[in-house]
Design a binder for this molecule. Structure first.
Ligand code: CO7
Length: 355
């Protein structure tokens, strides 16, 4: 399966886990080979996700490269890939710290595309914006699927309301847009400073989660009929608020991390949570409760989701999350991770220019 017409570099600079598990810049990290179904990409920008700050302890694979989100320029093309040329700009996501492919991590000089989880950037979209999309599209898509709702290619006929708790998160702004494009009526929570952002993505109404009456207000706004809640935050407070907002008849709750079961107590509400990297269909080697077997159905869904994302991006229908761009090369990724770890970002995704 290896593509012999292109010889990958022997080594690359990349952010890997040092002896104590901390992120360090290595000058001799491994480069992946190029398989026939892949593109070889010179990385130009990467984005930091909260999950990058959680890759510690048992999550770490020796010599594994950190990072999910990347964008860059194609420098070689596997023989089975069509419709792409050397010099095209693409973005995508990696399954960081997956034990079977530790050299697949976004935070390196080179990336290979992983399955179908990538798209070609139209001229209208910057490399930095592209770098912000990978985990957001994947995670939002998985969450919408777990809610049992369709994607924009099969819009619903009866416009139902869907609550996106944490509407100003990087996952939330994508989820709101995908829901709206599928003809749902998104409503959301966030801080007042992000109300306009969340409305610009398509939310009909936005509620301030700091108010003690937030959940009650949503319940009343939705006439005690809300059936779907997507929780992009996943704390005791967020789970409780979503459960309180869902109407009398119950419904479905989906979070992006394991939710606190002791507050998910209404029998009429079915709860589930999704794992971003399960989009590849390869399963996960992360420790419990994040480990899972390969799933061909998810692989198929990933292909569908990324084909839809390509179309939406080409048509200019998907707006990227507001960016805070850092310069300084791969080394600045370590600063970016620290910034995200501090947890005081609001409605911004950290993107680092690496080349
Ligand atoms: O690895 C992947 C590969 C994919 C192909 S995908 C990785 C997906 N991540 C995970 O699966 C890891 C587990 N989940 C999480 O880490 C979280 O659920 C995340 C944190 C995924 C949500 O991440 P996202 O990147 O979407 O969030 P963010 O960093 O953009 O969120 C920041 C916002 C702030 O703006 C706060 O909103 P405002 O309006 O108040 O400023 O989160 C908001 N926020 C809170 N909201 C309510 C922060 N703390 C909040 C709180 N309550 N306590």
């Amino acid at each position: 399966l290896t593509n012999y017409s292109f010889t990958p570099p022997a080594k690359q600079e990349a952010i890997i886990a040092g002896k104590d598990g901390k992120a360090i810049l290595s000058r001799d990290a491994p480069c992946p080979p190029l398989r026939s179904d892949q593109l070889y990409i010179r990385t130009e920008a990467v984005a930091i996700n909260p999950s990058d700050t959680k890759m510690q302890g048992d999550f770490i694979t020796p010599l594994g490269i950190f990072g999910a989100d990347y964008a860059g320029t194609v420098i070689a093309i596997g023989s089975a890939v069509t419709n792409v040329q050397v010099g095209d700009r693409v973005c995508g996501a990696q399954h960081s710290m997956y034990a079977k492919t530790p050299e697949y991590g976004a935070f390196g000089q080179y990336n290979v595309t992983n399955g179908a989880v990538w798209l070609k950037l139209p001229p209208s979209m910057s490399i930095e914006a592209g770098a912000s999309l990978g985990a957001g599209i994947s995670t939002a898509g998985l969450a919408i699927r777990a809610l049992g709702l369709p994607l924009p290619d099969a819009p619903t006929e009866n416009s139902t309301r869907v609550l996106v708790y944490g509407g100003s998160t990087a996952t939330g702004t994508i989820a709101i847009q995908l829901l709206k494009l599928a003809n749902f009526i998104p409503i959301a929570t966030c801080s007042p400073r992000n109300f306009e952002l969340v409305k610009s993505c398509g939310a009909e109404a936005v509620f301030d989660y700091h108010e003690s009456e937030c959940a009650a207000k949503i319940r009343s706004f939705t006439s005690n009929n809300l059936r779907y809640a997507l929780d992009c935050i996943t704390t005791v407070e967020s789970t409780q608020a979503c459960y309180k907002a869902i109407g009398r008849a119950g419904g479905k709750y989906v979070s992006l991390d394991p939710y606190p079961e002791h507050v998910a107590t209404r029998k009429v509400v079915k709860a589930d949570w999704v794992l971003g990297p399960s989009i590849f269909g390869d399963g996960s080697t992360w420790p419990a409760p994040y480990g899972r077997p390969a799933d061909p159905e998810l692989r198929k869904f990933g292909i569908e989701l990324w084909a839809i994302a390509q179309k939406l991006v080409d048509e200019g229908k998907l707006q990227h999350h507001p960016l805070r761009v850092l310069d300084g090369g791969l080394k600045a990724v370590i600063d970016g991770i620290e910034l995200v770890k501090k947890g005081n970002l609001s409605g911004e995704k950290i993107v680092v220019r690496v080349a």
